[in-house]
Write a protein that binds this ligand. Structure first.
Ligand code: C2E
Length: 887
């Protein structure tokens, strides 16, 4: 089955098949015609040869017959011409003929005698030595024709006495010979009666009339048929048939006759009339010529087929070649289109440049990259590609010359409008035979976006998004660099940790938007006030760190002072005039650390100390500060587990009505007995709890516990008693105070009037509006409000009036020195007087002695609290005290 070529159409294939078939048919027909013609010529030639051969054979057979006939005639002439021919004479006469070995099988003399002559014959023969003459057949009859002489006698004794007139095959010939006087030939006879292989032959008979001394008779010659044809059929290409017409049977068939018949030989026939018999001779050709014809024809047909196949193959090869050319052409077109499509649609710019000529090809993307509408415009207007750095252009071109290529080079290009873009540029050169650059092909990928993204990532990783200042990561780098540089030059580095005082209040009251703007303004102000090589970093929230390479103690002091001064100037943010102060902690390399992290941490510690010192100030880091910072950290660590471990307790200090001496309230005060740190003063752990935010949780616990305690006392009969709890600034602003109080009241079953919260002036004044909102929410619950530590802060009573303050607590620092410090006495007197005017009750704290009590009672102080009456007491002790005082 022919393989179908992909892409070769069926129509083409059919045409090819038809052409090949046609050629095969034409060649086959030509072959057949040629073979026919050749066969015919061959046949004619063969016929001619055959005729000639047949003539030869015919002549030979005829001459062989005639030779035998003439011998018989000669023998007959011998008898006719002699009075008597005796046996010896006969023998001598025919001896040559029978010895010639050319087919004369036997020669005999058969006499015609009548019955009465038979004894004389026997007598004569007996005399001649034939003693036992037997007639064959022996039957008595009138006429006998027995063979009386025959030669060679030795081999043909059995012929002696044979009566030829009794034999149906010889009798007709004998008669005819007598009647015509001619040699006549008998029917074919078997020459050897008992032989295994029959031997055919003829008997030729010639009549000899009787003479006076001799009876008439026949001379006979027995001729072996084979001898007539010997040597004639030896050629394998000839077949012979020799038929006796009268006998009508083949006398001789060549050994190849059957094959010859099967192959249809050419035959030539002759009729041979001899001795009164007609013989039919058929000579045929051998079959060799037919085979040749068949071979020829086969070869012709094979050639036809081969030619057809060859043509088919040629056509197919040609068609395939054409098809391949078509396909290659199509593929080339496709690839050209693909290339065009790709080059015009990819985002990479592609160009070809020729030294001295500039660009000779660019694609669409390249034109767009350089800000041109299309390639034509760029090719017309643009010179060489513009590199931001001409030296880089030279360097890359040198690479092309030296290495033949450069790959993935990051390049900055300039557009005609002056804008820049970043790209990755790769190019490869093609060289002339002399090695010079013939042209170079390049690819440019615009990586501006990637660069921008990288820069954005870098910015995010290293800069504070709000202010654009370096973040902690970059700060660490800068400090590291500053230390490395300073270390070599043995110079100091100052690290300032700056925190904005009460920034949270700004954030909470004015919102984060304003807070953020304030931070930006602060960063700008800081940047303006610092040297170029100083680094300002924002760590987050309101924390800034300033690194000042080369600055030691004096320079840092100077800078801190100037910063604090500069911050006195108002920040105008979105219509708000904000005053904000910084607290600054300073650490110095190398004294306070040689690592960025240590220097920042120590500056932070110093900053806390500055805040503790009353804000808007700065502090240098000291070992003592570090110790305190460590203690604070340790306190915080242990405080985290204090609530859960039940390490906190409340003690209650009575607040007493001086006139009656009755306990009207009890202030709940925290106590922490740490199994590790021992007893820790509230003045030590409360600030830590506030800084860490733990105060929210602890504060809730205090309110809840105090109210539960009061409920318990009330159940035990302690009437007209309320509890006062300290609420810290962090708890007030960040903790959900309202919810905490509501929950605790609910669980204790008490009313709001049983609770008083103590807030410092500073808490309220840090955000008056918000404080008002919170307090207004509490008011409906009946919760009372006391201003703690009054006198230490703003001390603006009239201002506080609007908050419906229930009690003012005069700070114990004023009470302590009442006797010795006239200022304190004056302040206390003034406060008491003002409070009475405003109908606000006053509680004096820290009353330790009778003089203090007398001073206060003289001025109608409403309540007294202090060691003079009682130290803070455990609940049961207070209950016992109450039992003594209030019954
Ligand atoms: N020298 C002297 N001191 C007297 C006298 N009478 C009372 N005190 C002390 O004065 C402090 C009164 O509490 P504070 O001013 O609110 O000052 C409190 C308060 O600000 C804070 N505090 C205590 N408990 C809590 C609490 O539960 N929550 C909050 N936020 N702060 C608390 O800790 C501060 C110290 O508390 P304490 O050590 O318990 O100290 C208590 C108390 O023991 C006296 O006659 N002489």
């Amino acid at each position: 089955m022919p393989r179908t070529m992909p892409g070769l159409t069926r129509r083409h294939q059919r045409t090819h098949y038809l052409l090949a078939l046609l050629l095969s048919l034409v060649v086959a027909a030509a072959s057949v015609t040629a073979v026919g013609f050749l066969a015919k010529s061959e046949k004619q030639a063969q016929s001619r040869i055959l005729e000639s051969r047949a003539d030869q054979i015919y002549g030979l057979i005829r001459s062989r017959f005639q030779r035998h006939e003439s011998r018989v005639q000669a023998a007959a002439a011998l008898f006719a011409s002699s009075d008597h021919v005796d046996r010896d004479e006969w023998r001598r006469f025919v001896q040559t003929a029978v010895d010639a070995d050319d087919g004369m099988f036997e020669m005999f003399w058969a006499e015609r005698i009548v019955a009465p002559d038979l004894p004389a014959l026997r007598q004569r023969l007996n005399e001649e030595g034939i003693v036992d003459f037997q007639l064959q057949p022996p039957d008595p009859r009138e006429l006998y024709c027995p063979i009386v002489y025959n030669e060679p006698l030795e081999t043909h004794l059995d012929s002696l006495g044979l009566d030829i007139c009794t034999r149906p095959k010889t009798l007709p010939a004998a008669r005819m010979a007598r009647e015509t006087g001619q040699v006549r030939i008998s029917d074919p006879v078997n020459l050897v009666a008992d032989a295994a292989t029959p031997m055919s032959g003829y008997v030729m008979l010639a009549w000899v009339d009787a003479s006076p001394s001799q009876a008439g008779g026949w001379v006979g010659g027995t001729v072996a048929l084979e001898s007539l044809f010997s040597g004639l059929a030896s050629r394998s290409d000839l077949t012979l048939q020799f038929r006796d017409r009268a006998a009508n049977e083949p006398l001789l068939l060549s050994h190849s006759a059957d094959q010859a018949q099967a192959r249809g030989v050419i035959e030539s026939e002759r009729t041979l009339s001899l001795g009164g018999r007609d013989f039919h001779l058929v000579v045929g050709t051998s079959s060799g010529s037919n085979l040749n014809m068949i071979l020829l024809l086969t070869a012709g047909l094979a050639i036809a087929l081969l030619l057809g196949a060859l043509l088919m193959s040629i056509l197919r090869t040609r068609a395939r070649a054409e098809q391949m050319v078509d396909e290659a052409t199509q593929a080339y077109r496709d690839s050209e289109q693909l290339l065009e499509s790709v080059t015009n649609n990819i985002s990479e710019g592609i160009y070809r440049g020729v030294p001295g000529q500039g660009l000779v090809y660019i694609n669409q993307a390249l034109a767009h990259m350089f800000g041109f509408a299309d390639t034509e415009t760029m090719m017309e207007r643009s010179g060489p590609i513009l590199y931001a750095s001409p030296s880089q252009r030279e360097k890359l071109y040198q690479l092309l010359i030296d290495d033949g290529a450069y790959r993935n080079q990051e390049v900055e290009f300039v557009r005609p409008d002056g804008s820049h873009f970043y790209a990755i540029n790769s190019a490869v050169a093609s060289r002339n035979a002399d090695g010079s650059v013939a042209h170079f092909d390049g690819v440019i990928s615009d990586i501006t976006e990637r660069k921008q993204a990288e820069e954005a990532v870098h910015r995010l990783a290293h800069y504070d998004p709000l202010t654009g200042l370096p973040n902690r990561t970059l700060l660490n780098d800068r400090i590291g660099q500053a230390i490395a540089h300073a270390g070599r030059k043995q110079r100091p580095v100052a690290v300032m940790f700056m925190d904005l005082d009460r920034f949270k209040a700004v954030n909470d009251s004015l919102g984060h938007g304003i807070g953020d703007q304030l931070l930006v303004s602060v960063s700008e102000r800081l940047q303006k006030s610092l040297r170029q090589y100083d680094t300002i970093s924002r760590l987050g929230g309101d924390e800034f760190v300033i690194v000042m390479p080369g600055a030691g103690f004096d320079a840092a002091t100077q800078k801190a002072n100037s910063l604090i001064r500069e911050f006195r100037e108002v920040f105008e943010i979105d219509g708000h005039e904000l005053v904000i102060t910084p607290s600054i902690g300073i650490s110095i390399y190398p004294e306070d650390g040689d690592q960025s992290e240590a220097l920042i941490r120590h500056a932070d510690t110093a900053m806390y100390h500055a805040k503790e010192q009353g804000r808007a100030t700065f502090e240098f880091f000291t070992r003592e500060l570090n110790k305190r910072a460590y203690e604070r950290l340790s306190t915080e660590t242990h405080l985290r587990g204090a609530l859960a471990n039940d390490e906190l307790q409340l003690v209650y200090q009575p607040i007493v009505e001086p006139q009656s001496g009755r306990i009207r309230a009890a202030e709940a005060l925290l106590r922490w007995n740490s199994p590790v740190l021992g007893r820790v003063s509230p003045e030590q752990f409360i600030p830590v709890a506030e800084q860490s935010g733990l105060i929210v949780e602890i504060g809730h616990w205090v309110i809840e516990t105090a109210l539960m305690q009061l409920a318990s006392w009330k159940r035990l009969g302690m009437k007209n008693l309320m509890v006062c709890v300290n609420v810290s600034a962090v708890q007030f602003w960040r903790g959900n105070l309202m919810q905490s109080i509501q929950q605790s009241l609910a669980s204790s079953g008490l009313s709001g009037r049983d609770l008083e919260i103590e807030l410092t002036e500073n808490v309220i004044m840090s955000d008056v509006d918000k404080a008002r909102t919170v307090l207004n929410q509490l008011r409906p619950l009946g919760v009372r409000l006391a201003i703690d530590d009054f006198g230490t802060g703003y001390s603006s009573l009239s201002y506080l009036k609007q908050f419906k303050v229930d009690h003012l607590k005069i700070d114990k620092s004023f009470v302590r020195d009442l006797k010795t410090d006239s200022d304190d006495a004056a302040i206390v007197s003034a406060v008491l007087s003002m409070a009475q005017d405003l109908h606000v009750q006053v509680i004096a704290e820290g009353v330790e002695n009778a003089e203090q009590l007398a001073f206060l009672t003289d001025r109608n102080c409403d309540f007294i609290q202090g060691y003079f009456f009682s130290r803070p007491l455990p609940p049961n002790d207070l209950m016992r005290l109450w039992a003594r005082t209030n019954r």
